[in-house]
Design a protein around this ligand. Structure first.
Ligand code: GLN
Ligand code: ZN
Length: 764
């Protein structure tokens, strides 16, 4: 028999109870005791759910009030000076202060929150630990031990989950004087020692230590540090399972297998090629945990395929084999049984966290009792699901596949090179130097959201809803004309979300009611699910954009979401490569681009906000990804005439290592986020001699502050020193949907004034 265990369970609650409790606490509507009670109830419920599903060793420490990395910072006493409590120990409010910033009364100004960034290649965001050169570490937070006591009182077999010392340091950032954060390792390790001793004293046998960075390209000194660290931790009590996930160990396989700990977990969903190689590398005393159930997606496992691997491992390892999801289930929605609106067939293809636990358990059981009735039933059901997915005409559309197969290099190339296109566009659009525009969305007011809700609830007719949106468009156009912008947008009032809006109109996408996944803190997202071949049955935006164009003589910019972003922010299929799905999405968007052009729209923006996010964790995979990702963009953008101007937009600030792929997208204009980096990121564009037009954002839209035009002018002058003036656009960093109208109008007015001033300077 192999042991069924879990690496982590979603903490947010199947009805997002944690989110609701946190937000009520922050508003002062719930006191701390009540908030803590919600946490305790959720932990108890989640343990119970996992246990009932058949998980034998339950994770503890996977619960977090905001984020597990932040929880570790509290535990280690890594609390930046600005948040340190005046007296005594940190409190829950210290934790929330670090996560959300502190606005102080009495005019002392605000304390900014810790930085938030992506957890590896997932859409979960963690709070970046801040280290100083004099950083010290001390056990400062009792949550883990309290939760262990809580779980033991409930009679559970528990396995505490810790982020390992090397991964924790890797995720942090050095502040102040420069130093090597690896130098902090020796100071940090004693705290791990203390934690392991405390857990052992609580009767804990196994501890899971997550070291996902073992699946990254590591510098040599970090590899060496792994050996040093675990040689030191070896003498501490408790059996240790090192968990790796999200990618293969590759060159670190020998290192990981050889560390002096008692077990190793590997992700066989993301990196199946690690098996069976791992069997020959693993020392004979170690437990091997195989992650065979996908913790990053919503599909039911192919139990036969997983079992074939597990049986092979079981023959070699016997009791030393453990079965698990590929990674923590944090990245999955909680419970499929909540979905009462999904049709039966589609639902039968899916598994959320609770269902995935059952899969893990039944696989473990199948090794010891292959004839057990429940094992046989689960295997039969799994076979049926796989067969129905393989053959379903809802998934497999010959017309879509034929179209993808017929794509040639020519489909991915504009008619003429940029120089010729730009001359034609100039003649058609007749724009001034430093043309001004915005990124697409205008404030999503509560009136807009209420109208959409009423429409979805059937309380507003389609005609009434359309009229309400038309009136928003008219308003947006009037404001932009009054402010004197050059290329207008319709404002995206009709869009709840830049991916969902399109996904809802494509064939091949499905939606859940409760499929929430934590993004950060109390924020959750409900990604759409790509289940089948994708196509666009009818135009998605043409009516809105044409209406907007009829409201003005200025050029109106059509607004679409690009194929890579559509893919990255959805649950993708697991029976088709990402690149193939991107190509199907690209063809769907291409149809929309063509229809917009035919409707007389001369400027079309295709947002690729998630372009960089798609990068594989390992460098070796980058060039392949960048090639198909930029090709997918060209495929959707290249069916138009030369005089139709294609824009793209990306809102982040690291371009250095992907600038060639961005140039290869061959958009006529790219708008990017630059204001917070003080135009520094334009260095990449200058060094590379980026050939097309660029709109570096001249003001930060993340804050309600209205910058004056002098500030923007300074940034623009800086940009003009790096980029030829005839290729420069003027725009904010990103869309204005989270802003109010008053501040947006004021900021855009200043932006237009800055552009005009620059034009005058150049003329004079
Ligand atoms: N066009 C979108 C908007 O303005 C772009 C959003 C984004 O880049 N995240 O809202
Ligand atoms: Zn943006």
């Amino acid at each position: 028999m192999a042991l069924a265990h879990n690496l982590g369970f979603p903490r947010i609650g199947r009805d997002r109870e944690l989110k609701k409790a946190l937000e009520a606490y922050w508003k002062g509507e719930l006191d701390e005791a009540a908030l803590r009670a919600v946490g305790q109830r959720l932990r108890a419920e989640h343990w119970q759910l996992q246990k009932e599903a058949g998980i034998q060793l339950l994770p503890v420490g996977d619960f977090a009030w905001y984020d597990q990395v932040l929880g570790h910072s509290l535990m280690f006493g890594v609390i930046p000076e600005r948040f340190r409590p005046h007296s005594g120990r940190p409190t829950l409010d210290t934790l929330f202060g670090m996560a959300r910033g502190v606005s102080q009364g009495g005019g002392c100004g605000a304390t900014h929150a810790q930085e938030l960034t992506k957890w590896f290649d997932s859409n979960y965001h963690y709070l970046v630990p801040e280290f100083s050169a004099e950083q010290s570490f001390a056990l400062s937070w009792e949550q883990l031990f309290e939760e262990v006591a809580e779980g033991r009182a409930l009679g559970h077999a528990l396995k505490p989950v810790l982020i390992g010392p090397l991964t924790y340091l890797w995720l942090g950032k050095c502040k102040g004087a420069a130093f090597d954060k690896l130098d902090l390792l020796e100071r940090l390790l004693p705290v791990y020692g203390e934690i392991l001793q405390r857990l052992a004293a609580q009767g804990i046998e196994w501890v899971q230590i997550d070291e996902p960075i073992l699946a990254l390209d590591l510098p040599q000194d970090w590899k060496t540090a792994f050996e040093r660290a675990y040689n030191l931790l070896q003498k501490e009590p408790g059996r240790k399972l090192i968990a790796t996930y999200f990618a293969g160990l590759e060159d670190n396989l020998g290192l990981a297998a050889g560390l002096p700990v008692d077990g190793l977990h590997i992700d066989l969903v993301r990196a199946p090629e690690q098996f069976p190689a791992i069997l020959d590398r693993l020392p004979a005393y170690k437990v091997l945990s195989l992650g065979v159930v996908d913790g990053r997606n919503v599909w039911r496992s192919d139990l036969h395929a997983a079992l074939a691997i597990l049986q092979q491992a079981h023959e070699r390892l016997g009791e030393r084999l453990w079965v698990a999801p590929s990674c923590s289930l944090l990245h999955c929605p909680v419970d499929l049984s909540r979905e009462d609106k999904l049709d039966v067939e589609l639902k039968s293809w899916l598994a959320f966290a609770v269902q995935k636990c059952r899969e893990v358990a039944v696989l473990a059981k199948a090794l010891g009792e292959p004839q057990a009735v429940e094992v046989q039933a689960a295997l039969a059901e799994s076979r049926q699901v796989q067969e129905s997915r393989r053959a379903s005409p809802r998934i497999h559309k010959p017309a879509v596949q034929a179209r993808v197969a017929a794509v040639t290099a020519q489909h991915c190339q504009r008619q003429s090179p940029f120089a010729e296109r730009s001359a034609r566009q100039r003649a058609r659009l007749n724009l001034p130097l430093f043309p001004t525009t915005s990124i697409g969305s205008f404030p999503q007011t509560s009136a807009i959201r209420l109208a959409r809700q009423a429409f979805k609830a059937g309380k507003l007719s389609a005609a009434e809803y359309r009229e309400a949106m038309y009136s928003e468009i008219r308003h947006a156009v009037q404001v932009q004309e009054r402010l004197g912008l050059d290329v207008l947008v319709h404002g995206e009032a009709e869009r709840n979300d830049m991916v969902e809006y399109f996904a809802e109109q494509l064939d091949g996408y499905a939606f859940t009611r409760f499929g929430w996944v934590q993004s950060y803190g109390s924020r959750c997202v409900k990604p759409a699910i790509i289940y089948g071949d994708l196509s666009r049955p009818r135009p998605m935006t043409v009516d809105w954009i044409s209406y907007a164009q009829r409201c003005t003589d200025k050029p109106m910019k059509g607004m679409l979401t690009g194929p890579v972003t559509m893919l990255m922010w959805s649950f993708p299929r697991d029976d088709m490569s990402r690149e193939e799905q991107a190509r199907q999405l690209a063809l769907s968007i291409r149809d929309e681009v063509v229809d917009l052009e035919a409707a007389g729209i001369g400027v079309i923006q295709i947002d690729e906000a998630a372009f960089r996010e798609g990068l594989p964790l390992r460098r070796a995979g980058w060039s392949h990804y960048l090639a198909w990702a930029s090709e997918a963009f060209r495929l959707c953008a290249s069916a138009v005439r030369d005089e139709t101007q294609i824009h793209t937009h990306m809102c982040y600030s690291e371009f250095n290592d992907v600038i060639e792929a961005i140039a290869a997208m061959d958009a006529d204009v790219i708008t990017i986020e630059t204001s917070r980096s003080d135009m520094e990121l334009l260095d990449a564009f200058e060094r590379f001699e980026y050939p097309n037009e660029i709109g570096p954002g001249v003001y930060d839209i993340h804050s309600p502050r209205v910058p004056d035009s002098g500030e923007m002018l300074k940034l623009l002058r800086k940009a003009a020193r790096r980029i030829a003036v005839e290729r420069l656009w003027v725009n904010p960093d990103c869309g204005l949907k989270t802003r109010g109208w008053a501040e947006s109008e004021a900021a855009l007015a200043n932006m237009v004034a800055a552009a005009r001033q620059l034009r005058r300077e150049l003329a004079g």
